[in-house]
Write a protein that binds this ligand. Structure first.
Ligand SMILES: CC(C)(COP(=O)(O)OP(=O)(O)OC[C@H]1O[C@@H](n2cnc3c(N)ncnc32)[C@H](O)[C@@H]1OP(=O)(O)O)[C@@H](O)C(=O)NCCC(=O)NCCS
Length: 168
C-alpha cells in the first residue's frame, strides 16, 4: 500500500454508531483483545448509549471496520477517549489516525480543551499511534487495568491540547 492510498480522506467514512452496530463493535473488541482485559458487551452498550458519550464508527459499505468511544464529564473541559479499536484485518491503513482526528474535531465543537486517554504500558502500537497524533505522557497509573483471570496492568495517561493539530 502506498502512502497516498493510506491517507486519502475519501477512503474513510466515519459516523456515529447506532444501537444496531453494537454486535459488530463487540466482535471487533473481541478480535482486538482475544485474551486480555476487554470490555464486555454490556459495558459497551452502556458506554455507547449513555448520553454523556459518543461512539464513532468507520465503515465501508455496511461493514464496521473500527470504532472509538469518547466520554464527557459535566463541568470538565477534558474529553476522555475510552477506547479505539480497528479490526485487525484493516489495521495499519490509517483508519485509527482518522478516527482520532474526527473524535478530536467533535470534542472541539463541544468546547473541550483537551483530549485524554489511558493506555496499557505494554501496548506499544497504541502508544505509537497516540504519540504520532500529538498525545504526550501525563502520568503513570499503577494497576489501572484489573482482571481476575489476567491480573493487573499499569496504564499510561496521555493528554493532548485540542488547540494543536492532530499531527505534531
Ligand atoms: C492501536 C490501533 C487503534 C491503531 O490503529 P491503526 O488503524 O492500525 O493505525 P494507523 O494505521 O492509523 O497508524 C497510525 C500510526 O500508528 C502507529 N502504528 C500503527 N500500527 C503500528 C504498528 N503495528 N507498529 C508500530 N506503530 C504502529 C504508527 O505511528 C502509524 O503511523 P505510520 O503508519 O505513519 O507509521 C490498532 O492497532 C488497534 O485497534 N489495536 C488493538 C486495540 C487497541 O490496542 N486499542 C487501543 C486501546 S488504548
Amino acid at each position: 500500500m502506498t502512502n497516498s492510498e493510506k491517507t486519502t480522506p475519501s477512503n474513510f467514512k466515519i459516523r456515529y454508531a447506532k444501537p444496531n452496530h453494537i454486535d459488530a463493535i463487540f466482535e471487533i473488541e473481541k478480535k482486538c483483545f482475544p485474551s486480555l482485559i476487554r470490555y464486555s458487551k454490556q459495558e459497551l452498550v452502556y458506554l455507547i448509549l449513555q448520553s454523556n458519550s459518543i461512539c464513532l464508527i468507520e465503515t465501508i459499505g455496511e461493514v464496521v471496520r473500527a470504532f472509538l468511544i469518547v466520554n464527557f464529564r459535566a463541568g470538565s473541559l477534558i474529553g476522555r477517549i475510552v477506547t479505539i479499536d480497528v479490526d485487525p484485518v484493516f489495521q495499519n491503513r490509517g483508519i485509527g489516525l482518522r478516527l482520532l482526528e474526527k473524535a478530536e474535531s467533535d470534542m472541539r465543537q463541544r468546547g473541550m480543551r483537551w483530549s485524554q486517554l489511558e493506555v496499557a504500558e505494554t501496548n506499544n502500537v497504541a502508544i505509537a499511534l497516540y504519540t504520532k497524533a500529538g498525545y504526550r505522557f501525563k502520568e503513570m497509573i499503577e494497576n489501572y487495568y484489573k482482571s481476575k483471570q489476567h491480573g493487573t496492568c499499569n496504564a499510561i495517561r496521555m493528554i493532548k491540547s485540542l488547540s494543536q493539530n492532530s499531527l505534531s
